[in-house]
Write a protein that binds this ligand. Structure first.
Ligand code: ZN
Ligand code: ZN
Length: 91
């Protein structure tokens, strides 16, 4: 098993548009996914993900964050911001 597959290391990738839907009133709703998992908002800054942003998905608990937000968080706390599962991220 490589270091990247450790159960405490978040997976990072780009946020992608999984599905695009136009509402009756003309607004466009995007369904976003990160590494194949549906995501909505970052668990640290609580803002919605946007296409092509760098995101981080925690292993096991599968919580999603901006990569930068999670890195900043993990510098002071070694746990998932949502469920407090132990995490570690290489600098
Ligand atoms: Zn964020
Ligand atoms: Zn979690």
């Amino acid at each position: 098993m490589s270091v990247a597959e450790k159960a405490t290391t978040p997976h990072v990738g780009a946020v992608e548009v999984e599905r695009r839907r136009v509402l009756r009133d003309g607004r466009v709703k995007l369904k976003l996914a990160l590494l194949g998992v549906a995501v909505d908002r970052c668990g640290v800054c609580l803002s919605q993900f946007r296409r092509a942003e760098r995101g981080a998905l925690t292993p096991v608990c599968r919580h999603s964050f901006h990569e930068a937000c999670l890195r900043r968080w993990l510098r002071t706390a070694g746990v998932c911001p949502i469920c407090r599962m132990v995490l570690s991220m290489d600098e």
